[in-house]
Design a protein around this ligand. Structure first.
Ligand code: SF4
Length: 101
């Protein structure tokens, strides 16, 4: 009978340990998620001047074909940018330009 009690105690300890490990893992995921969100928002606030934004294309490179561009209500409408503040022309360009694949 004592052996069974001992086994039950061990099972409880193991279950509790697994629960605590699971909780620690969930806490880690929450921290990583929060950190990821912070690093995304860290890009916000880049001024047009700091990236030499211009309202005209640089050759064939323009905001409308940059991965950072968020289009406006139509293809010709101004939009916004994921990293540069303010209204962004689809025909604009800056040094942070990154072509869509
Ligand atoms: S990163 Fe520069 S080129 Fe790209 S959309 Fe934003 S402002 Fe335009």
């Amino acid at each position: 009978m004592k052996d069974l009690d001992h086994v039950e105690m061990l099972n409880e300890k193991v279950s509790r340990r697994n629960f605590l490990k699971g909780s620690a893992l969930l806490a880690s995921i929450a921290v990583v998620s929060a950190t990821g969100a912070m690093s995304n928002s860290a890009y916000a606030g880049v001024t047009k001047a700091s990236v030499h934004y211009q309202d005209t294309p640089n050759g064939k490179s323009e905001c409308s074909n940059c991965i950072q561009f968020i289009p406006g209500s139509s293809a010709k409408a101004n939009g916004t940018c994921k990293i540069v503040d303010g209204v962004i022309s689809p025909h604009g360009w800056c040094v942070a330009y990154s072509a869509k694949a």
